[in-house]
Design a protein around this ligand. Structure first.
Ligand code: UD1
Ligand code: CA
Length: 473
């Protein structure tokens, strides 16, 4: 398909979203609407991709700056879809017979690759071709007007606001996606006018022009209404989000994952699963998540940018917060996390590590079999194998200005409620007595503790409450 260019229209205001965010930057599956369209468009192998921006153009353009191969056309002011294409025309080839242009909308996120391939195939890159949908609720859409005879040839598209009561009964609609032969593109765009109910330049008027020039107009019918549904308001966005999530849940189950309820999972990114993965209800996955064979995720976990090795068990309400798909949190085989654990960026856990309730780990590595089961904080630490961190113990890694490192070597036991004041090293096999504040490096194998001597007063009588006077009320 070397001869195809794509124009993605994204200049409209999106008033009904009632939002400060431009419509095409609202997210679906964790990704801006227009990114879904760009992804499909890229898979088509187009020659050029032009995004028409207008309303909040700089915000939209900045959000798409990471795509090096996109071209932007500014449409200012926005005078309709035909005017949007006129604004993009400078980027499109002017040679006769130079392939075709596929027009997409930035706010129709679920448009499928197969559908677009079929549409372009139907156009043979040389016929004006419309993507259509049969629907019993055509309100608001352009209607496909055909000849009354048996040929049912396309005569034009009439917009809702310009349609006669008779035309409004037509249940075949234009969904906003068309293929235009480049041989006619520039001449047709130049001939558009705005003599219509909305005083806009309608791209849909190209159809009547093609018919007048006795050229064939083809249609390709899409069978899935969600694929061609546009996002105009928050309710439509939520509706499409559910459709998208049902789809992703279906793919996960197809890959063998067992979901407690496919309607109660949210994937805002990409989840890759091994065999025998189980996911309970209410979990949210963000960024890139890889779940090895036999991983079990309990209810209501949030897992972002993480690689969980085989047989990891994540108990309910655990939050795994990797910062980006380039920096995954990694968890070794058969580790157990939660309930109510929190792993932050830079966490690397070895096999069979246990992280229990209300334990926070940040930028730290824990070796094989180490455990922090209750109410602990490990930050900027390197923890060896078989270490046990007692309940309520923390690393004091921040002195108010800088972060410092804590090293806890193999086989150390840190007693409950201890503070390890970084920078500090607890040497191999050492024990820290409960309730200690350790600010100097300790000896291997030693018991180290800082603890006030207990004082005990015999026969101590506690203060008594004065009897209350009932009349004082
Ligand atoms: C358009 C079609 C209508 C079709 C419908 C499908 C026209 C005249 N009508 O309707 O037949 O049924 O799509 O959804 O084409 N845009 C710009 N610049 C503008 C106007 C719009 O870039 O000046 C962009 C919008 O951001 C949006 C897309 O074009 O991505 C469609 O615009 P929208 O106003 O939603 O379409 P309609 O004119 O209602
Ligand atoms: Ca419009």
């Amino acid at each position: 398909m070397s001869g195809m260019d794509v124009v993605i229209m994204a200049a409209g205001k999106g008033t009904r979203m009632k939002s400060r965010t431009p419509k095409v930057l609202h997210t679906l599956g964790g990704v801006p609407l227009i990114e879904h369209v760009i992804k499909v468009s890229k898979s088509l192998g187009a020659r050029r991709q032009v995004v028409v921006v207008g309303h909040e153009a700089s915000k939209v353009q900045a959000a798409l700056a990471h795509h090096e191969d996109l071209m932007f056309a500014l449409q200012e002011p926005q005078l309709g879809t035909g005017h949007a294409l006129q604004s993009a025309a400078a980027h499109l080839p002017v040679l006769p017979n130079a392939g075709c242009t596929l027009v997409l909308s930035g706010d129709v996120p679920l448009i499928g690759l197969n559908t677009l391939q079929a549409l372009v195939a139907a156009s043979k890159e040389q016929h004006l071709t419309l993507l259509t949908l049969k629907t019993s609720s055509p309100q608001g859409y352009g209607r496909i007007v055909r000849t009354p005879n048996a040929n049912r040839q396309v005569l034009g598209i009439v917009e809702e606001k310009d349609a006669s009561p008779q035309e409004r009964l037509i249940e075949e609609i234009y969904v906003g996606v068309m293929v235009i032969p480049n041989a006619h593109l520039h001449a047709w765009l130049a001939a558009l006018n705005n003599n219509n109910a909305q005083q806009e330049y309608y791209l849909t008027d190209l159809v009547a022009m093609a018919v007048a020039a006795k050229l064939e107009v083809h249609t390709h019918a899409c069978l899935d209404p969600n694929e061609v549904a546009g996002v105009n308001d928050p309710a439509q966005l939520a509706h499409l989000e559910r459709a998208y999530q049902r789809n992703v849940a279906g793919q996960l189950m197809h890959a063998g994952a067992r979901l407690a309820d496919p309607a109660r999972i949210d994937v805002r990114g990409e989840v890759v699963v091994g065999q025998d993965v189980e996911i309970d209800v209410g979990c949210v996955f963000e960024g890139r998540v890889v779940l090895g064979d036999g991983v079990k995720i309990g209810a209501h976990c949030v897992v972002s940018n993480a690689h969980l090795s085989a047989d990891v068990v994540v108990k309910p309400f655990t939050h795994i917060q990797g910062e980006s798909s380039a920096h995954l949190i990694t968890v070794g085989e058969a580790a157990q996390l939660g309930p109510y654990a929190r792993l932050r960026a830079g966490t690397v856990l070895g096999a069979e590590v246990h992280i229990g309730n209300f334990v926070e780990i940040k930028n730290s590595t824990l070796g094989v079999g180490s455990k922090a089961n209750h109410l602990a904080y490990l930050g900027d630490s390197v923890v060896g194998d078989r270490v046990n961190v007692g309940a309520g113990s923390i690393t004091a890694n921040y002195d108010g200005a800088n972060k410092h490192k804590t090293v806890i070597e193999d086989d150390v036991h840190v007693g409950s409620n201890s503070v390890l004041v970084a920078p500090v090293t607890i040497a191999r096999g050492g024990t820290v007595g409960a309730g200690s504040v350790i600010s100097k490096d300790t000896q291997a194998g030693a018991l180290t503790l800082t603890r006030a001597k207990a004082a005990s007063l015999a026969h101590w009588s506690r203060p008594q409450k004065k009897p209350t006077n009932p009349s004082s009320g």
